[in-house]
Design a binder for this molecule. Structure first.
Ligand code: S3P
Length: 441
C-alpha cells in the first residue's frame, strides 16, 4: 500500500484535460464488444475499472487493440456480432461494481456459464439488486450470500415491466442490456432519474429506445426497449470525466485567486448538477464552449471563486440531487468545513455500499483532520468556517476517498499523509501529477 504526502497550497491555477469518463467508457466497451464490426473509441478512460470491462469483453471473444497514448489514445474493438463465447476463465471485474452489474445484464441471455469475480471490496457489495430483475426476466443467477462470486447460467430471457426500487444507473443498465436481447419489449421506470449514458450509448450503437414524453428529475419517464435488436460498431469520443474534474472544481473553491480551465469535460445534464452545487458553495463557473457528440454534451469551463462572505446557511444536498452527485459527495464533504455555511447531505445511504462505507470513512477522516462532523444514517452534517490540520488519512483503498482528502489537505495546516493513495488509479491514474501541476505552493 503506498502513501502520498500532500503539502498545503497557496492557490490553485491552470488548465487541464481530464481523462475519459469512466461510466461512458464502460458502456462503450460493453456495447462495442457485443456489436458487429470494429468500433474506434477515443479518449477511453485510463482508469483501471473500465479496463476491467475491456478485459472481460476480450475474454468473451471481442478483439481489443490499443493505439496511441493520453488524449490521442484509441481503443479499437471488434465485437462478437451478437454471440459471446464461453470464457475460458472467470470474468474478473476487479474493483468495478459497474463492470459486474452491467455485464450481468449483457451476458445473461447467452447460452454459456459465466462466473464473475472481483476483489475484496467488490465481493462485499450488494448484487441482489441486479439478480432480482434479471431473474424476473428468466435469468438463472447464483450469488454467494447476495454477493460475488456470481454464476450466471445463460438462457433465453423475456421482457418485464420494472420499476427500480433504488436510484441506480447500474441496475437500470443491467435491465436495459438484458432487455435488448430478450423476447418482447422491456419497460423500466426509475424511482429517481439517474445518469442516462446507457440510453445515449444504446442509440449511438444503433438501437431504438423510447422514452415516454412526460417525466422530471423527481418523477422520471418510462423507458422501453424492444428485444432482438442488433448493434453496429461506432467511432466515438469519450468526454472527460466530470467526476474526476470534481476534485479540481472543489480545490478551486478553497483559494481566493483561483483560475481553473477544464477542457472537453462531459456536461451531460444528468451529471452536471455538480456545477450547480459548486456555484452554491461559492464557485463562479463560465461555460466557454459546449457541443454534442452521440447525445453527450462536451464542454470547456472556467472556474473562479466568489469573494468569500462570512456566516451563511448550510447548503443541503438531498433527494434527487443526492443521487445525481453521488460520486462527488466524498470530495464535497471533504471541503465542506472550509465553506462559509457548511454542508448537509441526506438521502445518500447508497454511499455506505460503494467501494467503502463512504459516510463512515469521510466522518472518520474529517475528525482526524480536526473537523467537527455529525454522521447520519443517510448522510453527514458538516459545519462551515472550520480550520483543519494535516493528518494521516485512511483511504480504505477507495479511490474517491484518497482523492477527496488530497483536496482537503491543500488548505490544512501542515502536511497530510494519504494511505492507500495508489487506489486513485481505479478511476484517475493521473490524479496526483495533475494535482501537482495545478496546486501552487
Ligand atoms: C455508475 C452509477 C453509480 C455510480 C458509479 C457509476 C454508472 O452507481 O456510483 O460510480 O456508471 O452507472 P449506482 O448505479 O450503484 O448508483
Amino acid at each position: 500500500m503506498s502513501t502520498q504526502v500532500i503539502r498545503p497550497a497557496r492557490t490553485f491555477q491552470g488548465s487541464l484535460v481530464v481523462p475519459g469518463d469512466k461510466s461512458i467508457s464502460h458502456r462503450y466497451a460493453m456495447l462495442a464488444g457485443l456489436a458487429e464490426g470494429t468500433s474506434r473509441l477515443s479518449n477511453f478512460s485510463t482508469g483501471a475499472d473500465p479496463h476491467s470491462s475491456l478485459a472481460c469483453m476480450e475474454a468473451l471473444g471481442a478483439k481489443v487493440v490499443k493505439t496511441g497514448s493520453g488524449a490521442s489514445s484509441v481503443i479499437e474493438m471488434t465485437g462478437v456480432g451478437g454471440a459471446f463465447r464461453q470464457p475460458a476463465q472467470p470474468l474478473d471485474c476487479g474493483n468495478s461494481g459497474s463492470t459486474m452489474r452491467m455485464l450481468a445484464g449483457l451476458i445473461a441471455a447467452h447460452p454459456h456459464t459465466f462466473t464473475l469475480i472481483g476483489d475484496h471490496s467488490l465481493t462485499m457489495r450488494p448484487m441482489e439488486r441486479i439478480r432480482k430483475p434479471l431473474s424476473q426476466m428468466g435469468a438463472n443467477i447464483d450469488l454467494t450470500d447476495g454477493h460475488a462470486p456470481m454464476t450466471i447460467h445463460g438462457r433465453p430471457l423475456h421482457a418485464i415491466d420494472f420499476t427500480t426500487p433504488i436510484p441506480s444507473a447500474q441496475v437500470k443498465t443491467a435491465v436495459l442490456f438484458a432487455g435488448l436481447q430478450a423476447e418482447g419489449t422491456t419497460s423500466l421506470t426509475e424511482s429517481i432519474r439517474t445518469r442516462d449514458h446507457t440510453e445515449h450509448a444504446l442509440k449511438a450503437f444503433g438501437a431504438t429506445l423510447t422514452r415516454s414524453s412526460s417525466g422530471s428529475s423527481e418523477q422520471p419517464a418510462k423507458l422501453s426497449i424492444v428485444g432482438g435488436q442488433r448493434l453496429k460498431a461506432v467511432d466515438a469520443t469519450v468526454p472527460g470525466d466530470i467526476s474526476s474534474a470534481a476534485f479540481f472544481l472543489c480545490a478551486a473553491l478553497l483559494f481566493p485567486d483561483t483560475n481553473l480551465v477544464l477542457d472537453a469535460i462531459g456536461m451531460n445534464p444528468t451529471r452536471a448538477a455538480l456545477l450547480d452545487v459548486i456555484t452554491a458553495l461559492g464557485g463562479r463557473i463560465k461555460v466557454l464552449t459546449v457541443e454534442e457528440r452521440h447525445g453527450e454534451l462536451i464542454g470547456s469551463i472556467q472556474v473562479n471563486r466568489e469573494p468569500p462572505k462570512t456566516g451563511g446557511q448550510p447548503f443541503t444536498i438531498s433527494g434527487a440531487l443526492a443521487a445525481q452527485v453521488i460520486d462527488e459527495l466524498p470530495v464535497l464533504a471533504a471541503i465542506a468545513p472550509y465553506t462559509n455555511g457548511g454542508l448537509i447531505i441526506r438521502d445518500a445511504q447508497e454511499l455506505r455500499v460503494k467501494e467503502s462505507d463512504r459516510i463512515a470513512l469521510v466522518a472518520q477522516n474529517l475528525r482526524a483532520m480536526g473537523a467537527q462532523v455529525s454522521e447520519l444514517r443517510d448522510g453527514l452534517e458538516i459545519p462551515g468556517g472550520q480550520h483543519l490540520h494535516g493528518a494521516s488519512i485512511d483511504s480504505g483503498t477507495d479511490h474517491r476517498i484518497a482523492m477527496a482528502f488530497s483536496i482537503a489537505a491543500l488548505r490544512a495546516q501542515g502536511d497530510t499523509e494519504i494511505r492507500g493513495a495508489e487506489s486513485a488509479s481505479i478511476s484517475f491514474p493521473e490524479f496526483f501529477s495533475s494535482l501537482d501541476s495545478l496546486a501552487q505552493r
